[in-house]
Design a protein around this ligand. Structure first.
Ligand SMILES: *Cc1c(COP(=O)(O)O)cnc(C)c1O
Length: 437
């Protein structure tokens, strides 16, 4: 194990990793169900679905079989001027389960590109109809990806600081969490004008921003306001899609639906990289013309890769099965019970839960929300030692498990958290006396 990690260190630069101080990476040799097996024989429960992508457990035999078969039939084909069964079938199966009015599928290969495409569709829509609009309204603390357009519409933070001079301007409204709802409505009202091209958001849960949760009713209200000024509505469901929030899509909790949607992560069950942007016919129609310059000039080499589309089709079969739907409800119900217990523990605040996602803040007394604070590294290592992979976002701990997680495994994750809380309160003088809230 040591050997592979050393070889890695010699040649590889890891994502979101300070290479000077990060511990050596853990070589993983196999995955099965919720479990990851390391080279030294340790097993880890993947309680974050490997960065929110893995919905049905690792190396799922059903997905593997379908992809293997496709691999021997057609591994890839250029998607301009050509098409294939998996791409068509996936679009035909996706559109009916999405919110109303989503009528066309545009493929790309990850979440950031799915967002880029949505933004380009929105800007070019206004260009094509001859009424160019420039403004985008986004939520503070949003995360929409790491490419430039996606970064531009994300909140400004330490992650985007070096690039700020290169990002286009975006108008922000406060994330409408309880306590900020009126401020969000007021700010939206103040920003709305005939120059607003789009309103983009992560519906109900901001993921990378710290699993920040807000009510569907307030988002529906904001959508209604933005739409009344003609703004196109973009739901970035890259993280919230495919059952995470208890419904197939977070937008299903809303009374007002988006015009554009970005999907990725859970789309292939975590097997292959694939992104999807969907839109209404009204948007699509603004690109149809005898005029070549109204074309959407965008496409990636691996657009609609047949293996990725096949993985997505297999993942959909699993997702829509009674067994998986029951699992999503089972996980949600167990989270509710654990959330209730957590609420009474010292050192814990702001417990929140929706569907299969449970999150809370470690009350770090004064040093909250800094991604770089020690508590994050302490918690990460401690949980790994308990055999549980979680990746705290600063002082925010969250569980976002594959839907196949067993009751026993969930219990292990919960009790690892209990042990962590006990450990922290024993070791941190600032927490020792804090009262439950
Ligand atoms: C992860 C994420 C993205 C970016 O997806 P990548 O595949 O990592 O590029 C975009 N939006 C949201 C809401 C995400 O959680």
């Amino acid at each position: 194990m040591g050997e592979l990690a050393e070889r890695d260190k010699a040649v590889i630069w890891h994502p979101f990793t300070q290479m000077q101080t990060a511990p050596l990476p853990i070589p993983i040799v196999r995955g099965q169900g919720t479990l990851l097996f390391s080279a030294d024989g340790t097993t880890y429960i993947d309680a974050v679905s490997s960065w929110w992508v893995n919905t049905h457990g690792h190396s799922h035999p059903y997905i593997a079989e379908k992809v293997a078969k496709q691999l021997h039939t057609l591994e890839h084909v250029i998607f301009a001027g050509f098409t294939h069964q998996p791409a068509v079938q996936l679009a035909e199966r996706l559109l009916p389960i999405l919110p109303d009015h989503q009528k066309k599928v545009f493929y790309s290969d990850n979440g950031s590109t799915a967002v880029e495409v949505a933004l380009k569709m929105a800007f070019q829509y206004w260009h094509n109809v001859g009424k160019p609009r420039r403004k985008v309204i986004a939520l503070e603390d949003a995360y929409h990806g790491d490419t430039f357009g996606a970064m531009a519409v994300s909140g400004r933070s330490a992650f985007t600081a070096p690039y700020v001079p290169f990002l286009f301007d975006v108008e922000y409204i406060p994330t409408p969490v309880p306590g900020q709802e009126q401020a969000a409505l007021d700010q939206m009202q103040a920003l709305l004008s005939d120059d607003v091209a789009a309103f983009i958001f992560e519906p109900l849960i901001q993921g990378a921003g710290g699993m920040v949760m807000y009510r569907p009713e307030i988002l529906s209200q904001l959508i209604e306001m933005a739409r009344s000024h003609g703004a196109l509505i973009i739901a970035d469901e890259v993280m919230t899609g495919f059952g995470r929030t208890g419904k197939l899509f977070a937008s299903h909790h809303l009374s007002h639906q988006p015009d554009l949607m970005s999907l990725s992560k859970g789309l292939t069950g975590g097997t292959m990289a694939l992104g999807v942007t969907t839109c209404t016919n009204a948007i699509y129609d603004a690109f149809k013309s005898e005029d070549k310059y109204k074309t959407l000039f965008h496409g990636h080499s691996f657009t609609a890769n047949p293996l990725a589309c096949t993985a997505a089709l297999a993942s959909l079969d699993l997702l829509l099965s009674d067994e998986t739907q029951a699992s999503i409800q089972r996980i949600s119900q167990r989270h509710v019970v654990f959330a209730e217990q957590l609420g009474h523990k010292p050192g814990v605040k702001n417990v929140r839960q929706r569907g299969t996602i449970l999150a809370f803040d470690l009350d770090t007394d004064g040093q909250t929300s800094s991604y770089f604070s020690n508590i994050r590294d302490i918690a990460y290592q401690f949980l790994l030692e308990q055999g549980v992979l979680m990746r705290p976002l600063g002082n925010v701990l969250y569980i976002l498990p594959p839907y196949c997680i067993t009751d026993e495994e969930l219990t292990t994750v919960y009790s690892a958290i209990d042990k962590l809380l006990h450990y922290i309160t024993q070791n941190d003088p600032s927490l020792r006396d804090s009262s439950p809230n």
